[in-house]
Design a protein around this ligand. Structure first.
Ligand code: THU
Length: 133
């Protein structure tokens, strides 16, 4: 994981954060991830007057991943308004699990951690495959 350009990923996340649509929370979030073919995908949060319909930044990132050709997420970063690292919410950790798995490298305030540490005992596609065989 030492070959990951975290400052480039952060630049993409900060740039995405600046596009966030957050009239209600005023809490912009930007995310970026490295894909296994070298692409970088990003996303920002998009809120809604019906608050519960808010799309987290990770939703946009996963949509961009799929739209731009799919692949597996290798490294992920999430930033807030002040460009500090932010931990994805539980639902978004699950989204990342689907497209990156437990080895996905996550930037945190305590250094790079595998997603498996931030979402232990995760439910994912492998669990379904095992049980549907
Ligand atoms: N938010 C994200 O975009 N991703 C997260 O992982 C945490 C929360 C957004 C949703 C909402 O627009 C704002 O942060 C405040 O909760």
């Amino acid at each position: 994981m030492s070959d990951i350009d975290w400052s480039l990923l952060k630049e993409h996340a900060v740039s995405a954060m600046k596009s966030a649509y957050v009239p209600y929370s005023k809490f912009p979030v930007g995310v970026a991830a490295l894909v296994d073919d070298g692409r970088i995908v990003s996303g920002c949060n998009v809120e809604n007057a019906s608050y519960g319909l808010t799309l987290c930044a990770e939703c946009g990132l996963v949509s961009n991943l799929t739209l731009s050709g799919g692949g597996r997420l290798v490294a992920f970063i999430c930033v807030d308004l002040n460009q500090n690292y932010l931990m994805p919410c539980g639902r978004c950790r699950q989204l990342l699990q689907e497209h990156g798995g437990g080895k996905l490298a996550m930037m945190t305030d305590q250094g790079v951690k595998p997603l498996a540490e931030l979402l232990p005992w995760a439910f994912g596609p492998e669990e379904m495959e095992k049980r549907l065989d």
